[in-house]
Design a protein around this ligand. Sequence first.
Ligand code: GH3
Ligand code: MG
Ligand code: MG
Ligand code: MG
Length: 325
Amino acid sequence: RNRALASRDLGFGDPLAAAAAETGLNASLLIADDRRASAGRMAAALGQSHCVEVVCDPHQALEKATEGSYDVALVSLDFEGFDGLRLCSQLRSLDRTRTMPVVMLADAGDRARIMRGLDLGVHDYLVRPIDRNELVARIRTQVRRKRFAHALRESVQASMELAVTDGLTGLHNRRYFDSHLAGLFREAVLRGRPIALLLLDIDRFKTINDGFGHDAGDEVLRQFADRIRAHTRGIDIVARFGGEEIVVVVPDAGLDGAQQVAERIRERIEAAPFTIHGGTRTIDVTVSVGVAVRHPDDAGPADLLKRADVALYQAKQEGRNRVVA
Ligand code: GH3
Ligand code: MG
Ligand code: MG
Ligand code: MG
């Protein structure tokens, strides 16, 4: 059961299964062919389950293909006075049409050009006279292939996002933080710029868990994260460092700037109570913050982290609900 859950959480499975199982295709197709009778027959056959547009002029076909969003294009290799392979090649290379499958419409004697088309990355071909059932089946395959590739791309993207996101707070997770801090630190050193790190730890969080339950503790953590996110900028990295500790990296900030950010967050946590139990209860929450800024002697980001941790410890020792740099 856990394994099934995990794979769903990673975004695999569901969207892909949906894409694969899709039956009512209703795709949007472009037929570029100046043999009107043949184009008309294809449009009639495909029109039963798809939305079809026919264009006789190859230049207009390219225009339409780049403007619209077709699932598949069927392209004749032989326009009157125009080499259809050129159109295929353009469709394969333009950003707007690169992911759209192209199916060549070729004559039986056109083996060499079919091979060249396939070399260009054209997905499939049909040989005239075109068999209606084969046409319908091959286009269906291309539509499915395209939709599956699209779903796969989206689900890979989603799982990559999940791999660097903390499930409870929606903040970046420790893995993301670790890999990005190193880069930001290196950049600060190279450019001779300051960089600051804030370590924020909720005060007496155990009493919240003990007094109101673990779920209430989770809720407080979520709101804690929301408030920090609201009072930092897009370029700052905000990540869940562990338990009820959140780390904020502030690029380009010196001691004054970093202390200001820390103090602003501390105030915003203290200013209004947190709500738990579906809004029926409120609790006062405070946070202690350790601040560290890059020092020329620092060998790496670990030194920065270490100093922020020491500062945080001191903030706790001195009575909590305060910023120590
Ligand atoms: P201090 O002021 O010294 O920080 O006191 P504290 O009680 O906050 O002490 P500490 O930081 O050591 O305790 C953190 C607690 O946070 C312990 C742990 O059970 C709890 N905790 C860690 N992660 C989670 C979580 O995801 N959800 C909840 N509800 N509690 C968590
Ligand atoms: Mg502690
Ligand atoms: Mg704590
Ligand atoms: Mg802690």
